[in-house]
Design a protein around this ligand. Structure first.
Ligand SMILES: Nc1ncnc2c1ncn2[C@@H]1O[C@H](COP(=O)(O)OP(=O)(O)OP(=O)(O)O)[C@@H](O)[C@H]1O
Length: 248
């Protein structure tokens, strides 16, 4: 059982205050959707938790099982059990998908997985996500379509098995079929009950496949409303205008 506790988190980017006191607790087995309009600070939350150097923490704490992640380097956060699936995964020419994944698993576990075991896990993960076998030898994210990039993020999730997974707009750029495959991957992964999921999205469409336990509305760098899955339906019909007006 793991718990991520975000306490009064305040974050600035280039001296501009973006997050103005975020409080949120995510436990294993729970899926939390963070929804909100463009520019409300959702990605800032994801990057700040993961340790992106551009984001300056000006106050608050982020505790994973009592350990303050903000005191740790990015790789230490990953080893502590945090995973961020990025909105825009970077291209790394010269590094194959398979090498990258084996290195990532080795770094997080602290020892290299046996080659045969890794090859089997990789094949199973790729099959489940309808990823072609040739994909493993391609350069990381180079020339990948939007859908391939997102499937690859979920493949990492399945191989790394983090305690807390932050998925930043994993639904963006996906067609209907890819959205279903990616959502099934998230559902398979969370079915173990060992992981807490923080799902950042603008749209309710992914929430038809990945049912959240809690929905939080972000506006102006804060959580301004919280509720159960029914809140997503309300957002679908009413939009975000009520929140953006209030925080403008
Ligand atoms: N590197 C940066 N330099 C300057 N401003 C930034 C930077 N990164 C983010 N911001 C600003 O921080 C605010 C929040 O951005 P963020 O990307 O966190 O919002 P978001 O809710 O994820 O938006 P979207 O849904 O459009 O992805 C925006 O006003 C954005 O312009």
């Amino acid at each position: 059982m793991s718990t991520l506790e975000i306490r009064d988190l305040q974050v600035a980017v280039e001296d501009k205050e973006i997050l103005r006191g975020v409080n949120l607790t995510v436990r294993s087995g729970e899926t939390h959707a963070i929804m909100g309009p463009n520019g409300s600070g959702k990605s800032t939350l994801a990057y700040a938790i993961a340790g992106h150097p551009k984001y300056t923490i000006t106050g608050g704490q982020v505790l994973l099982d009592g350990v303050d992640l903000l005191e740790l380097s990015v790789d230490e956060r990953a080893r502590a059990g945090l995973f961020l699936a990025m909105q825009y995964p970077v291209e790394v020419p010269g590094v194959s998908v398979s090498n990258f994944l084996r290195s990532a698993v080795t770094a997080v576990r602290g020892e290299a997985p046996k080659l045969r075991e890794f090859a089997k896990d990789l094949k199973n993960g790729m099959d489940a996500l309808s990823i072609d076998a040739a994909f493993a030898q391609r350069n990381l994210n180079e020339g990948f379509s939007g859908g391939e990039k997102k499937r690859h993020e979920i493949l990492q999730l399945e191989l790394l098995k983090p305690k807390i997974a932050v998925l930043d707009e994993t639904d963006s750029g996906l067609d209907v079929d890819a959205l279903r495959v990616v959502s099934e991957g998230i559902n398979r992964f969370r079915a173990s009950g060992d992981t807490g999921v923080l799902l950042i999205t603008h749209y309710t469409r992914i929430l038809r496949y990945v049912k959240p336990d809690f929905v939080h509305v972000f506006a102006g760098g804060r959580i301004v409303e919280e509720g159960g899955p029914e809140l997503a339906d309300k957002l679908e019909s009413e939009g975000y205008e009520q929140y953006t007006k209030a925080t403008a």
